[in-house]
Design a protein around this ligand. Structure first.
Ligand code: C5P
Length: 205
């Protein structure tokens, strides 16, 4: 069985997906990390944002997602690139790569090849990648609330973080609509644990 948890940037998807996965005793997979890995490769190869040649550059050593329950890791060969994937420059550059159909197809192939069951989190897990999922959730929260949560993970000012989130939401809008059969949860008033408990109850109920 596959469970999908989609949502806007910094809505708590990874924390919630990890908690739900641990409660259910299955791995979770973070699709955003693969888009981030593509972006890191583009930056390190000094390509312009959204340059499709990034896929050729990845071929020699494609990033590999390791879906550990405590936190996903991405490897390129022997190098663990996970610590490099949450930098502000990746946040700013990722949407341009995620907008390319060829990049999306590459990420989708990686995800569909992973052994099931799992909890999948991202933007289009319940709509495009795993439309047959057994249970689907979509997390939202106001930009301010999300910026406040994110501010502990980024060095930037709160207003700049909020503005960047709003801009990224707009650039990701094409692939970010909730599935028609997803339960939409506004996490603004809820702790991560409350969201996890709510989802686990829904899945087990
Ligand atoms: O979830 P996270 O914020 O780490 O995702 C990083 C970026 O990857 C998003 O801003 C979006 O551009 C892209 N993404 C996507 N589809 C997904 C997951 C992430 O387009 N399923």
């Amino acid at each position: 069985m596959i469970i999908t948890i989609d949502g806007v940037a910094a809505s708590g998807k990874s924390t919630v997906a990890s908690g739900v996965a641990r409660a259910l005793g299955v791995p979770y997979i973070s699709s955003g990390l693969l888009y981030r890995a593509v972006t890191l490769c583009g930056l390190e190869e000094a390509l312009a944002g959204g340059d499709l040649r990034v896929l050729e550059r990845l071929e020699a050593q494609p990033p590999r997602l390791e879906p550990r329950a405590e936190g996903n890791q991405v490897w390129r060969g022997e190098r663990d690139i996970t610590p490099d994937l949450h930098a502000t420059r990746i946040d700013a550059g990722v949407s341009a790569y995620a907008a390319l159909p060829e990049v999306r197809a590459w990420v989708d192939d990686q995800l569909r090849g992973l052994p099931r069951p799992f909890v999948a989190e991202g933007r289009d897990m319940g709509t495009n990648v795993f439309p047959q999922a057994g249970a689907k959730f979509y997390l939202t929260a106001s930009p301010r609330v999300r910026a406040e949560r994110r501010s502990s993970e980024r060095p930037d000012e709160l207003d700049a973080i909020e503005a960047a989130l709003i801009e990224r939401d707009a650039r990701d809008a094409a692939q970010s609509a909730p599935a028609a059969d997803a339960l939409v949860i506004d996490t603004g008033e809820l702790s991560a644990q409350e969201v996890i408990d709510l989802i686990v109850r829904e899945v087990e109920g």
